[in-house]
Design a binder for this molecule. Structure first.
Ligand code: MLT
Length: 201
């Protein structure tokens, strides 16, 4: 039997394709894992899109790279025969930001997203319908990179788009912690059991 669902793993700045594989396996051992590597190099560190400064994104590049990632998702689902309606992004930091950008720009490609230490990638200029999507935001109460205002804006953006939003607040900074992983695992389990209930009705 093929994998039930696919986790699209998106690493943070300076990460690699291997980075989040252990996390993906621990979140859902039965899921297929897609782990594309960021193609932008910033002082030798891999990222998914360019930025002018910390937290100041090159929006043109972000949109272009978001399209590239969208094409990758479509091609990978087709190549590996993965159910295209069962792809969930799991992104950390820069990976959370591009994952969010894909969800906002190409909602049909993702069922939802686990966004670990996210920021608002861009402000959509038209309403986005995410009423069938679910999002987990794992934010740090003292995250010096995202600040506190940005995750609050992101939550608002997703709620305004109709997504089902869950927020986990880690009492700490930008680094990922055990409680984030637990929150992500629990949230993912809830997503799959919600689907099972639907099919057994
Ligand atoms: C970003 O550039 O996407 C965010 O500032 C997070 C980071 O990668 O440092």
């Amino acid at each position: 039997m093929g994998a039930r669902r696919t986790l699209l793993l998106l690493h943070g700045t300076g990460g690699s394709a291997q980075n989040l594989v252990p996390l993906g396996k621990s979140l859902d051992p039965t899921a297929a894992l897609l782990s594309p590597e960021g193609k932008v190099l910033e002082n030798g560190m891999r990222r998914y899109f360019r930025r002018h400064a910390e937290g100041v994104f090159d929006i043109e590049d972000l949109h272009a790279r978001t399209e590239d990632l969208a094409s990758f998702i479509k091609a990978a689902c087709s190549k590996y025969s993965l159910p295209s309606e069962e792809v969930i992004a799991v992104g950390y930091s820069n990976g959370a930001n591009i994952g969010s950008s894909v969800l906002l720009s190409f909602p049909s490609l993702l069922k939802g997203a686990v966004l670990l230490r996210p920021m608002v990638p861009f402000q959509p200029t038209h309403p986005v319908d995410l009423s069938q999507k679910a999002v987990l935001l794992c934010v740090g109460s003292h995250d010096a990179i995202t600040g506190t205002a940005d995750p609050i804006r992101l939550r608002q953006l997703y709620e305004d788009s109709g997504a089902s939003v869950t927020v986990h607040v880690h009492q700490g900074g930008h680094e990922l912690a055990h409680d984030d992983v637990e929150a992500a695992r629990t949230w993912l389990q809830l997503q799959s059991s919600a689907g099972e209930d639907f099919f057994t009705l």
